[in-house]
Write a protein that binds this ligand. Structure first.
Ligand code: ADP
Ligand code: ZN
Length: 738
């Protein structure tokens, strides 16, 4: 008898074998109902065996939930890879792969009642009917002229005509049926079709290269490195059109739908004539909408899928191309288990399905850039702005000098920025002020000489821990006392960095009492539609100055903004994260892309305590290659990614001691038989020591081989079940260290 290995739904990660009853087409990737002890359970078929190996009698699969496998063999392979690489339970990977509504098949299709005309009576009979039953006659007249001679019952009058319909049905004149209707999330939106633009020479070359890979039997990933406004999106659109023309599907990943509505709209408009071919997957879909969209994709009705990272699991058949827009964005990393990186999974899926993949960015991640430099990816540059706008002028202000001028106070606004703001506001132009805020990690910086206390072993800033009055390195665990004076220049001006948007607003209100301003940060944007409303007002010029955090760095297009001020470029630089420099460079480049989007020339003013840092200098000169080269040297020296893998192991618990003890215990076990190429850090409190009432501890692991790192951690974790009230987090290729 053939048997199936079934992964039972639920946190326990149980796998049992069941006999497959005759005539039940159970296959790999099917969802099934099975008996489990005295209950019923649901699960996913992980494997099918021709004969049972078990010596005792197996119980039978009780039912197939879906007639066909929901997960293809290829997606199953991808799932296994994710579970192994990220050390995640397979059951959690399955949950990431299939939306809950699809897994449970709980939202069967939405239907409506429709009436169809079957036999139109002869004229004579009709005339009689008109006299005898005018209602029935009217219904037939309506149906006769309706498309496909079918109408919704509701449109015929609903329950008020049900008697007449019943009578007509009895004579076989009409039929009443249930028809599936799609729950369309964008039902009330209209998209005007946009025509393809004529590509400029750079774009043409890029598209040709993409198509070449789409036609290749063994396509190479493409890194499309195009400056902001170079027209990458137009290249994506035309590549997707090519896929459609060749009966292929496409997946377009974007970092976050709510922050990039313009990209979605551009796709919807371009493919407006084949509107049903486009499925947009985002977090605001209802369960029912998600169910419908998933099945529309699965059945091949929708061949273009746009969505955030989880859209990489969309069941698109015959994939022609995957596009990852803004591939450097951190939002592609999933923050709960399975902690996969959407871009990396996209590259993997493309290679499994042998389809083309384009990673696009103005500031590629160093991982992708290194892959391109090493010849694994094709690098295609777009160096010119498609809209012929000039890059904005960038000025760098040394805040150490400002700080000396404004002795005793935190310098928030430099003289240069203030004067420039005055000028723009007088001209009726708009200003964006950008405050670089990175959470809770606080470093010490001298406001006189700019010195930042760093770990000599790891070259990252030390993090201040108030409870211990210590500076701690979050890579290796090195600790030092908190200096009272700057170790470099002996000035007592050394202080914790940081202030918030509220503080900035206070200062601005004094300096520009009549300016209209708004704050955009996580606090002020909590209300639904708050971001949209504020940006709407800004567009309508009802606001002069926007003060915002990272939230406003991306994708916004305001022609009347002629000045962007970055208040504290440093804050992002001095966090305990080796990617800090890269992030700051990306952010400054993106922010600069917000200035001068219209006819007016743009200006960017960057305030910093470290004006000579590479992130500041290279972004100022729009020099990505220069930055990448220098940053890669630094990464290589310390074997940081892309020259090695970095992972974080953490514990969380409401019991501080138990969280700490569990991690120390894991640390000891990891140390035993530690493969030579793995570097194991010390356990320590996380920079965010406590969140949601949970104490957090963590340690870092580094290794040149990801596989040996995953394997070692998996082995230790499986032998060391944590106490019930301690939660363990393992983040392979972690991108944030908090
Ligand atoms: P990116 O995605 O690289 O930031 P966009 O695709 O947003 O750039 O393009 C920037 C602007 O240039 C858009 O307004 C777009 O309509 C325009 N554009 C793109 N390609 C062309 C082209 N070939 N001809 C004219 N305008 C173009
Ligand atoms: Zn260190």
């Amino acid at each position: 008898m053939p048997a199936a290995s079934v992964l039972i739904d639920g946190p326990s990660e149980l796998v049992f074998d069941y006999e497959i009853p005759a005539h039940m087409p159970v296959a790999l990737g099917c969802r099934v109902r099975v008996p489990l002890r005295r209950k019923d359970a649901t699960g996913t078929v992980l494997a099918v065996h021709a004969t049972t190996q078990s010596s005792f009698q197996l119980r039978e699969v009780s039912a197939l939930i879906d007639p066909e496998p929901l997960i293809s063999a290829q997606m199953m392979k991808l799932a296994r890879w994710i579970a192994t690489y990220y050390v995640a339970p397979m059951e959690q990977v399955m949950r990431a792969l299939l939306p809950e509504s699809v897994r449970q098949d709980m939202h069967s299709e939405k239907t409506r009642k429709v009436v169809s005309l079957m036999n139109m009576p002869e004229e004579e009979a009709l005339a009689k009917l008109a006299k005898r039953a005018p209602k029935q006659h009217a219904i037939l007249q309506l149906l006769h002229t309706a498309p496909e001679q079918t109408m919704a019952l509701k449109d015929l009058g609903g329950s008020s005509v049900s008697g007449s319909i019943k009578a007509l049905e009895k004579h076989g004149t009409v039929t009443l049926k249930n028809q599936a209707v799609r729950r369309d999330p964008d039902e009330d939106e209209e998209f005007l079709e946009s025509k393809p633009l004529e590509l400029n020479p750079e774009q043409s070359l890029a598209l040709t290269a993409v198509i070449e890979q789409m036609e290749s039997a063994k396509p190479k990933p493409i890194l499309l490195h195009g400056v902001t406004g170079s027209g990458k999106t137009e290249v994506y659109l035309q590549a997707v059109q090519y896929a459609l023309d060749h009966q292929q599907g496409a997946i377009i990943l974007i970092p976050e739908i709510s922050l990039t509505p313009q990209t979605v709209q551009r796709f919807k408009s371009r493919f407006a004539s084949v509107q049903d071919e486009v499925a947009v997957l985002h977090s605001h879909l209802s369960q029912g909408e998600r169910f419908d969209e998933w099945h529309r994709i699965r059945s091949g009705k929708a061949r273009i899928v746009i969505g955030a990272r989880s859209a990489i699991f969309a069941p698109v058949m015959n994939l022609g191309i995957i596009i990852v827009d803004e591939e450097h964005e951190n939002t592609y990393k999933q923050e709960t288990s399975p902690r996969y990186h959407g871009r990396d999974i996209a590259v993997l899926r493309a290679s499994m399905e042998q389809c083309a993949i384009v990673l696009g960015s103005a500031t590629p991640s160093l991982e992708s850039y290194q892959n391109a430099s090493a010849g694994k990816y094709l690098l295609i540059p777009l160096k010119l702005r498609a809209d012929h706008q000039a890059m904005p002028i960038m000025r760098v202000i040394d805040m150490k000098l400002e700080s000396q001028k404004q002795k005793g106070r935190i310098a928030i606004l430099s003289d240069k920025l203030r004067v420039s703001m005055e000028k723009k506001l007088t001209n009726g132009e708009q200003v964006i002020l950008f405050l670089n805020r990175r959470g809770f990690a606080r470093s010490l910086q001298c406001h006189d000489c700019g010195h930042v206390c760093e770990c000599t072993h790891c070259a990252i800033p030390l993090t201040y821990h108030r409870s211990e009055e210590r500076l701690i390195c979050h890579m290796c665990g090195y600790q030092s006392i908190v200096p009272k004076k700057c170790p470099e220049c002996r000035d007592p001006a050394i202080a914790l960095q940081g202030y918030g948007t509220q503080k900035v607003e206070e200062v601005l209100k004094k300096v520009f009492p009549s300016a209209r301003m708004a704050r955009i940060d996580a606090d002020t944007m909590r209300r639904k539609h708050a971001l949209r409303d504020t940006l709407g007002k800004f567009k309508a010029k009802k606001i002069d100055i926007i003060i915002g955090t990272q939230m406003i760095a991306k994708g916004l297009h305001f022609p009347n903004v002629t000045l962007v001020g970055v208040l504290n470029a440093d804050l992002g630089l001095h966090v305990p994260d080796f990617r800090a420099g890269e992030r700051t460079f990306q952010l400054l480049t993106q922010v600069a892309g917000r200035a001068g989007r219209g006819e007016l020339e743009g200006e960017v003013i960057i305030q910093t305590f470290t004006p000579h840092s590479p992130s500041v200098q290279f972004s100022r000169h729009h020099d990505f290659e220069g930055f990448a080269q220098q940053e890669l040297e630094f990464r290589q020296q310390f074997t940081y990614p892309p020259y090695g893998h970095c992972a974080l192991l953490g514990t969380r618990s409401t019991h501080e001691r138990r969280a700490q003890f569990t991690l120390e215990n894991l640390h000891q076990r990891l140390q035993k038989d530690l493969p030579a190429q793995i570097q194991l850090g010390e356990p320590m409190p996380s920079p965010l020591t406590r969140a949601h009432d949970q104490y957090r501890f963590q340690l870092m692991l580094r290794a040149s081989s990801a596989r040996s790192l995953s394997n070692h951690v998996r082995a230790v974790l499986s032998q060391t079940p944590p106490p019930e009230d301690v939660h363990i987090v393992f983040d392979m290729d972690a991108i944030g260290f908090f």
